[in-house]
Ligand binder design. Structure first.
Ligand code: G6P
Length: 603
């Protein structure tokens, strides 16, 4: 989604902005631009291609102050006019904006009546013009008056030619951080954009302001009173932002999965005692009668996996909701309920809005988050970190593995407290979790096995991913991975449901990938396989089970044996690799697939 970076110091701003924008690329964008102030005038360069295409023009821009932006189109097509920074009609103010201004039509009408003209179709262009309208020699005051008129979400970086030494920043429901350096200061929508230059951050609060010059950073409240902000340091590793010899971030992140699981085990398990380190009050767990799990995308699929575990082990009914639906359905929440939010980024707008709703109703909730100091982290009292490190590729891989492993441990913890499942069985499960890293290693050691499958599926227009029980939820995530990066349509179905309509689409040569990890459901799964085979389907089986009978006719990928409740954590990996290799064979931009954003900060 959109990204912001801003710089003021004594170095060439354009170079730092280009570097920062490159670090924001992974969030997904379709145009980009930057502006600096040189010799009392604004210089703007924009591109509707990748950041590299901006570099040449940007190099010609002098100036030690500037703002840069990556745009993910919402209002108006991908075009140079619609790309940011946007400049006021009088050429004095430049603005980069993340978010959506909901009342921009009225504001634009008002400005048009006052004689302003517009060159873009964006909601954002009203902002520099509003600032221009209210400017009486003090940029901060003009920004405050302008933002008082705005309804919606925004993170803003603002420059004015009449005050060429300061940047003003403000935000509402969209993240913005201020980075403090030595003789230089920064703003960014994401720590990662400026982590190379500073590890001293202040996180701006909604509707408050920061005024940043080379040597000073000042903060102001909504009413423009002076505000105190403390600066924090992150324990994020800058190396996470490098590819470390891998062709793509996605491949690197898949290869980090064994270590990711190891970190979760270390963080949440007392190995010697077999007990867990979750700091959730036991009486809170005992009284939970219903769990909601709310998330989006891959995180929601991790939630579906967890549903099976919580229901089976802890005997708690679970409803998994897509956050964009949950927030508008006036959910029936009672004191005996608990909500689990899951998010890699901690910035997904719909998940955050759902969290605000639950918080408002005083319902207990836990947040499972990867990014420390993200908005979700800061809004939650009970946070469990997935510790996967920075995930750069848009398609989530290691974060899913971290979420599912953590949720498996959490479900076992709930079951232990509630005494709802056989203790020895729970112990066995914990032991099996401890063995996951080495099994994941074995799968990755055989990565090349994915390649012939990728070749076989490469030309497909559509593929079916099917499974019964928790294998269906696994199929959903596998299908999402394929769609996201290879642009091949993939439909996940509960296998038993296929015959109620969708089987009409199965014909000679249709590819059907079957997940089969449940011994109890194998006979039923096999019958379903026969049904699609009889209609000409080419069947691929992915399984963690040994010695399956009657499968000679099918391509079969046998993974290391594992407890069936943990199978999805292993079985997704070859499918992540399959999607990856198909996308590579199709020469697609694996890490930055079209139309997608890493973190969706608008509704
Ligand atoms: C976007 C990403 C997905 C991700 C989803 C939820 O759509 O492209 O990969 O699963 O957001 O993101 P979150 O950061 O909340 O887990």
């Amino acid at each position: 989604m959109c990204g912001i970076v801003g710089y003021v110091g004594s170095k060439k701003a354009s170079e730092i902005l280009i570097d920062g924008l490159k670090r924001l690329e992974y969030r997904g964008y379709d145009s980009c631009g930057l502006a600096t102030i040189t010799d009392g005038s604004l210089k703007v360069v924009k591109s509707i291609n990748r950041i590299e295409s901006l570099e040449n023009d940007a190099n010609h821009l002098e100036g030690c102050i500037g703002i840069g932006h990556t745009r993910w189109a919402t209002h108006g097509e991908v075009s140079i006019e619609n790309a940011h920074p946007h400049v006021s009609q009088d050429g004095k103010f430049a603005v980069v904006h993340n978010g959506i201004i909901e009342n921009y039509t009225e504001l634009k009408k008002m400005l048009l009546e006052k004689g302003f003209t517009f060159y873009s179709e964006t909601d954002s262009e009203v902002i520099p013009n509003l600032i221009s309208l209210y400017y009486e020699g003090n940029l901060l005051k003009a920004v405050k008056r302008a933002t008082d008129d705005l309804i919606g979400s925004y993170a803003l970086g603002i420059m004015c030619v009449e005050q060429p030494d300061v940047l003003v920043a403000t935000k509402n429901n969209s993240p913005l951080v201020v980075g403090k350096g030595e003789g230089e200061n920064f703003i960014a929508s994401d720590f990662g954009a400026i982590l190379k230059y500073t590890n001293d951050f202040a996180i701006l609060e909604d509707r408050e302001f920061a005024v940043i010059s080379k040597d000073e950073v000042s903060f102001y409240t909504k009413g423009l009173e002076s505000a105190f902000y403390s600066f924090i340091k992150l324990d994020t590793n800058v190396d996470d932002m490098e590819k470390s010899g891998f062709a793509h971030y996605m491949l690197k992140e898949i290869h980090e999965e064994p270590n990711t699981v190891q970190k979760i085990i270390k963080e949440y398990l007392h190995s010697s005692k077999g007990s867990m380190k979750f700091q959730i009050e036991k009486h809170d767990i005992k009284k939970v009668e219903h769990l909601y799990i709310v998330a989006c995308g891959t995180a929601m699929h991790a939630g579906l996996y967890a549903k099976c575990l919580f229901e089976k082990l802890a005997r708690i009914p679970v409803t998994v909701e897509v956050a964009s639906e949950f927030r508008y359905q006036n959910p029936i929440l009672r004191k005996e309920d608990m909500v689990i939010f899951i998010s890699q980024s901690g910035e997904t707008a719909d998940t955050l809005a759902s969290l605000a709703l639950v918080k408002d109703k005083n319902i207990p909730f836990i947040s499972i988050v990867n990014v420390k100091e993200s908005t979700m982290d800061r809004l939650s009292d009970n946070v469990l970190y997935t510790k996967a490190g920075t995930e750069v590729a848009v398609a989530s891989t290691k974060a899913y593995i971290a979420q599912t492993t953590l949720l498996a441990l959490l479900a076992i913890y709930f079951a232990t407290i509630k005494k709802s499942y056989d203790e020895d069985e729970l112990k066995t499960l914990v032991e099996e979790i401890e063995m996951l890293p080495s099994k994941l290693e074995r799968i990755l050691d055989n990565e090349e096995k994915a390649i012939p499958y990728a070749q076989m599926l490469l030309q497909d227009q559509s593929i079916y991913y099917v499974g019964r029980g928790m294998d269906y939820y696994l199929a959903l995530e596998a299908a999402l991975k394929l769609k996201e990066i290879s642009y091949i349509h993939a439909e996940a179905m509960p296998f038993g449901e296929l015959k109620h309509g969708t089987i009409a689409l199965i014909e000679k040569g249709t590819d059907v990938v079957v997940f089969a990890n449940s011994p109890a459901l194998w006979e039923k799964t096999l019958s379903n396989i026969k049904e699609v085979e009889a209609r000409g389907a080419r069947v691929f089986i992915v399984t963690t089970m040994r010695d399956l009978q009657d499968v000679e006719n099918y391509d079969i990928l046998v993974l290391p044996e594992v407890h069936e409740l943990l199978a999805p954590i292993l079985a997704i990996v070859p499918l992540q690799l399959l999607s990856y290799h198909i996308a590579c064979m199709k020469n697609l931009d694996v890490d930055k697939p079209r139309n997608l954003a890493k973190s969706v900060t608008v509704e």
